[in-house]
Write a protein that binds this ligand. Structure first.
Ligand code: P53
Length: 506
């Protein structure tokens, strides 16, 4: 048998994408509650507070808050060994800066975890999954403010103490590295509650992103240390969004561009795992003259709170090409086809320079060797095996946990109510095969696999319902209409067998 006997087969969700009940049980608004519904190619709007008349899909989501008992029963039927969800920070500390937690919120998760444990389903908990209290944005500027370290640690300590006998597996910050895409508003806001002033330069955005990420890494390290004191059996991990960045060709400059791009997108896990900043990054900080607020005490905290495992999401791979643009004598810049928009802040002299600085929206190109989903996500199962090897070599075969993987697609309900989703089965099968190959042939140390959104939920990126990942269908559309009824898709029975056979029957 390829996989370990206690392999954690499961399913993954996040509180804000399925619970709903956004103001029930004294819950406060989170960053997810001020984001409107977008669409494929249409960004979600971040509004100033909740504005009447706009569509905020996370407010009701799929109403798991009220339906968790029957849903967990269905999860048990699917055969899940673990259930990855997050604790909505705003249920526990509605504004984020209170000294005392909200008992009603704590009770909800007690009940939810009891319900899971009743069926032998192990909860796997993310502490911060795009759910920062909105009050911390308006009053403190989100994680751009050092005070957030204390607020987060208080929240983490509260829930780790409360659930110390119910939850063993934890993760600190979901996809902490999404904000490497700091020129967009979405990731810095969802990761860190950052809102940039109108007209902020690329330099100012980038600096603030690094500052916030630093405070988060310190908060994470302190949490790891405190968590281990609360219960030495705790397994506390990082959570990284892994999109392997291939060189578009074997041209040496493309190879170098891919190396630097990987550093800029994945330094976060280096700090989580090794407990210190890598030289490639401190050199970059010096060159850019960011002058970040990083104290000696922070650096000690990082060394004392190294993670036990690396959790990561994997959906797609990227490709990068150097020589993004050519500059003509009049100073105008033309971009090669397939490249994003060139930003005026990124002066021509940076292009083709020996620094190989990475700008996510500018530098990535389409990979013609793979197909993409309707949302343009490039499907690449072998990229998952590559990623497992990359983490393993880099972190000396530390345990890895694939905590998200899946295929967002439009499903059709037939007249008889059935839903055939062979495309989803095909995607999952190929990725599971790749992960099993990585264990069997490459020796990676793998704890588990929890496919994303195994019950349909609100998309994080677009706020849509129709970008579905589930094996369980939820009757609700993009406008928020539907009965919320749950239905098994064809993939439900398929995944049931995969789990039963410990991944032998794909
Ligand atoms: P949606 C970007 C790239 C990779 C993963 O995403 C991402 C994102 C942000 O959209 O997010 C993770 O719903 C995230 C989940 C999210 C899931 O991937 O945009 O951890 O919250 O729902 C899928 O299709």
């Amino acid at each position: 048998m390829t996989l370990r006997k206690d392999f954690l087969w499961g399913g993954a969700v996040a509180a804000h994408q399925l619970e709903g009940g956004w103001n029930a049980g004294k819950k406060g608004p989170s960053v997810a509650d001020v984001m409107t519904a977008g669409a494929n190619g249409v960004e979600r709007q971040i509004t100033d507070g909740v504005i009447a008349g706009l569509n905020y899909p996370n407010h009701e989501a799929i109403d798991f808050y009220h339906r968790y008992k029957s849903d967990v029963k269905l999860f048990a039927e699917l055969g899940l060994k673990c259930f990855r969800t997050s604790i909505a920070w705003t249920r526990i500390f509605p504004k984020g800066d209170e000294l005392e937690p909200n008992e009603e919120g704590l009770q909800f998760y007690d009940d939810l975890f009891d319900e899971c444990l009743k069926y032998g389903i192990e909860p796997v908990i993310t502490l911060s999954h795009f759910e920062l209290p909105y009050h911390l944005v308006t009053e403190y500027g989100g994680f751009g403010n050092r005070k957030l370290i204390d607020f987060f640690v208080r929240f983490a300590e509260t829930v780790m103490t409360r659930y110390k006998d119910k939850v063993k597996y934890w993760m600190t910050f979901n996809e902490i590295n999404n904000q490497a895409n700091y020129l967009r508003d979405f990731a810095p806001f969802t990761n860190s509650g950052l809102k940039f002033p109108e007209g902020a330069t690329a330099f100012e955005r980038e600096k603030l992103m690094y500052q916030a990420a630093h405070y988060e890494l310190v908060a994470s390290a302190l949490t790891v240390k405190i968590g281990h004191a609360i219960n030495p059996d705790f397994q506390i991990g990082a959570m990284i969004a892994m999109c392997s960045i291939y060189p578009a060709t074997c041209k040496p400059e493309d190879m170098m561009a891919s190396t630097v791009a990987m550093q800029r997108r994945y330094w976060f896990s280096d700090v989580h795992v090794r407990g210190h900043y890598p030289a490639y990054l401190t050199t970059y900080f010096d060159r850019k003259k960011f002058n970040l607020d990083i104290t000696q005490e922070d650096l000690s905290a990082l060394t004392e709170g190294k993670v036990d495992y690396v959790g990561f999401s994997y959906y797609m791979s990227f490709a990068i090409q150097d020589q993004k643009a050519s500059v003509s004598s009049d100073g105008t810049v033309s971009i090669m086809p397939g490249h994003g928009t060139i930003l005026p802040e990124y002066a021509a002299d940076e292009l083709g320079a020996p620094t190989f600085d990475y700008v996510e929206d500018r530098d990535l190109v389409k990979n013609d060797f793979v197909k993409a989903s309707e949302w343009g996500w490039q499907i690449d199962p072998l990229g998952l095996r590559w990623a497992l090897n990359w983490f393993s070599e880099r972190y000396d075969y530390l345990p890895l946990f694939i905590v998200e993987n899946g295929f967002g697609a439009i499903d059709e309900v037939k007249a008889d109510g059935s839903i055939h989703d062979p495309y989803r089965i095909e995607y999952l099968r190929a990725h599971i095969q790749a992960m099993e190959d990585a264990v069997e042939y490459d020796g990676v140390n793998l704890m588990g696999y929890t496919p994303w959104g195994f019950i349909d939920l609100v998309s994080a990126g677009t706020g849509e319902m129709k970008k579905r990942y589930g094996m369980i269908y939820v009757d609700k559309d993009n406008e928020g209409k539907g009965t919320l009824e749950r239905r098994k898709k064809e993939s439900f029975e398929w995944y049931q067998k995969v789990i039963q056979s410990n991944g032998e029957e794909l």
